[in-house]
Write a protein that binds this ligand. Structure first.
Ligand code: ZN
Length: 250
């Protein structure tokens, strides 16, 4: 089972926390490339292995921006079988309630999972380079703080996603990273390379989350294309992974 999806070891000490990022084994988790019924089946297979019911999951419809929406029981089930019912134009979900599971899809972009065991809140974020430049991590942590969270209590997982070696960027993108994250960029043979995971970790630390509470997955969908779909490597038909987090009643 373990090799079918990714888990953060940092999260394993919280028995109430349910989380996972699906690998290729489950197939495409995003609507649009294969029949909807297949996506729904793939999702249900993954939910089953995580021990989650489809009716308790909430899915965001991603737009590579920085909106993070707090959801509660009324939103349960949205976007699981119908993309039009997903939480629209949203790249991050957050909840303070138990038994509700937040989901985004990724293929190269980085899934981020956040948990504050003290206030009992979780968040899932889809972070590509645009979201990172737009400060989506800071926006998420501010939402936690506004709800009484102490950043030193926060635990964060930066999931499988494109590595620096495979994230080659043109000058326009490189320049934006050079301005805000000079330490995560590299220029070699006139090519720019950005380490998105390092930029995310930088933002968490900047917001007061301690290094030992941040876990960064080394998995990259291009390096490990047998495990994860990669749009960069395979084109738009690449299967997307699902990232899920929630707190269950125990
Ligand atoms: Zn790689």
């Amino acid at each position: 089972m373990e090799e079918r999806f990714f888990k953060f070891s940092l999260f394993l000490k919280y028995p109430e926390l349910v989380h996972g990022i699906s690998r290729r084994h489950y197939g495409d988790m995003r609507f649009g490339k294969i029949p909807d019924s297949e996506v729904v089946n793939n999702r249900e297979h993954f939910f089953h292995d995580l021990g989650v019911s489809a009716q308790d999951v909430v899915v965001a419809r991603l737009v590579h921006k920085t909106r993070i929406v707090a959801v509660s029981n009324q939103e349960k089930g949205r976007g699981v079988t119908d993309i039009l019912k997903a939480i629209q134009e949203t790249d991050g979900l957050m909840t303070f309630q138990k038994d509700i599971y937040l989901m985004v899809t990724v293929a190269d972009c980085i899934p981020i999972l956040i948990y504050d065991p003290v206030i009992g809140a979780v968040s899932v974020i889809h972070a590509g380079w645009r979201g990172i430049i737009g400060q989506i991590v800071k926006i998420a942590i501010e939402k936690f703080k506004n709800n009484g969270s102490e950043p030193s209590n926060i635990v964060a997982g930066v999931g499988p996603g494109i590595c620096q070696k495979h994230f080659v960027v043109k000058t326009d993108v490189l320049d934006q990273f050079l301005k805000i994250y000079p330490k995560v960029t590299l220029v070699r043979n006139h090519n720019g390379y950005v380490d998105l995971k390092k930029a995310i970790a930088h933002d968490f630390k900047d917001q007061g989350v301690s290094s030992e509470n941040i876990e960064i997955s080394q998995d990259c969908p291009v390096c490990q294309n047998g495990k994860y779909g990669s749009v960069r490597k395979e084109g738009k038909g690449a299967p997307a992974s699902a990232a899920i987090i929630g707190i269950k009643t125990i």
